[in-house]
Structure formats: C-alpha cells, structure tokens
Design a protein around this ligand. Structure first.
Ligand code: ZN
Length: 268
C-alpha cells in the first residue's frame, strides 16, 4: 500500500492510543504518541531506499548488487525483508526511546531509563510497534510480486501475505476510512478535553468499525490483483484498480481523490 495511507493509519492508531490513555496526560506526551504513530506507520518502507535513484552512487560500494536488484530481491535488507518485521519495529521503537532518553539526560531532565520508560516512552513505544504492525498487515493484502509477501516474523525466513486482494496504490476507499476514523478520534479528543470527562468505549468503537469497513472493502474487490514475479500487465492492472475505485466511491468523490493524487509527488 502507499506511504501516505500507511502514515495516516499510524497517525490514526496514535489518536486511538491517546484517547485510551488516562485523562490529563501532558500535551507533549500526546503529541509524541501521534508523531510516533506516524513514524511507525511509515517505518517499514525505509527499506525502499534501495529504489532511490542516487542509491548506487552513494551506497553502491557497500553492496554487490544494484539498488534495483536489492529492492526486488530476498536479502534481509531488501524491500519487504527484515525492516518489514515486528522485531525491526520493536528494535527501532526501543532505540529511538533510548536516544530521546540520552538527549534528555544530557540536559539533566531524566535520572533513570526505567523512570523515563515508565512515565513517558511506554505508550509511545507501543504506538510505534502497533502502527508498524498495521503497515505489515496492510502490505499482506498487496500482490506477492518478487518477495512472496512480507517477512513479518523475521529472523524466521518466512514471507507472509502477497494475497493480491488490493493493488499497490489507488486504494482511496481505505485511505478515506482511515482518515475518517482519525477525524472522529480527534473530535473525541477535543470533546474529552473540553468536558474534562474520559471514556475509552467510543474510540474503541471507532477503531473496530474502521477495521470492519476496511476488511469488507479489501475482500469485496472484484478484480484479482495477485501476481508473482515481475508484473507484465502493470499499467493495465493500475487502470483496472482506478476503475474499481470509481465504482466504489462514485464519480464525484473519485474525481476529487484523483485530483488530490495527481498533486502528490509519490504513488498514492
Ligand atoms: Zn511496506
């Protein structure tokens, strides 16, 4: 799935976590949860750096293969490899926590790592890992391509997913559901702050409803996007995916989304 949908999914998970935390949390902490939700949602695609046009010129000397070969290969650092795993997300979440602690300690704002973790970083860490896990699950329903899924449980050499329920991008319907869930949580956050009351029930209902809607959309696609190896009819599949979006969303919403898509400098 595209990077914007992954990032917004992470942000939405962050907003749910903020609404589930006990009330009167410092604003800084809530903002950190939201930020790390976004970062966790985008994190696994860090391995797509091998597709960057300047990769060979800058990092080529350290690898025996070109960036393109690395991207579509099955080495641990290839796309959908180790970085698309729960272990990598947990490590990144822990290390970023350690880095923040080290900086805060430098300015004498923290005494022990345990205290920092307990009072500040714990929900941030869980949000990061949860957002990255959501990314992995979303990638499972994209085509197998040259990887055969994602290496979710690395270091185990098993690739999961590659089911091809959805196309790589143009999943406007899923993006809209996730954005809707985020906005509802944001409104709820504001309502709780104003009324000084707090309940976790509604945010959980928002999350569950969004999950059901997304599952229905994923399983109700009328085109089979599954393929293995390098795609031969790539452009045709992309065209079909857009036509399907038009059928799902209706002409007006589809046109708005396509317009938005054209303005973005990356695949959406
Ligand atoms: Zn990914």
């Amino acid at each position: 799935m595209d990077i914007l949908t992954h990032t917004v999914t992470g942000l939405t998970i962050g907003s749910i976590v903020v609404n589930l935390l006990p009330s009167h949390q410092p604003v800084k902490k809530n903002l950190s949860v939201l930020l790390f939700g976004m970062l966790g949602g985008a994190f696994p695609d860090i391995d797509a750096v091998s597709l960057w046009s300047g990769f060979d010129a800058h990092f080529g000397k350290w690898f025996a293969h070109s960036g393109k070969e690395i991207y579509s290969g099955q080495w641990w650092y290839s796309h959908h490899g180790f970085f698309h795993s729960v272990v990598a997300a947990a490590l990144a979440g822990f290390l970023s926590g350690w880095l923040i602690y080290a900086v805060r300690r430098l300015f004498r704002r923290e005494k022990t790592f345990y205290n920092f973790w307990k009072t500040y970083h714990c929900p941030v860490f869980y949000t990061f890992v949860l957002a990255a896990f959501a990314h992995l699950v979303c990638d499972c329903v994209t085509p197998a391509s040259t990887w055969g899924g994602v290496r979710m449980w690395a270091p185990l050499p098993v690739y999961i997913g590659g089911w091809g329920n959805v196309w790589w991008w143009n999943n406007y319907d899923i993006f809209l559901i996730v954005t809707g869930c985020f906005l509802l949580n944001l409104i709820w956050m504001g309502a709780c702050a104003l009324s000084k009351r707090h309940t976790a029930t509604l945010p959980l209902i928002f999350a569950f409803t969004a999950f059901v809607f997304i599952s229905v959309q994923v399983h109700n696609r009328q085109i089979d996007y599954a393929y293995e190896g390098a795609a031969t009819n790539y452009q045709q599949m992309e065209k079909s995916s857009k036509k399907e979006q038009e059928r799902i969303l209706g002409k007006t919403i589809y046109r708005c989304m396509e317009k938005f898509d054209r303005r973005l400098p990356f695949y959406f």
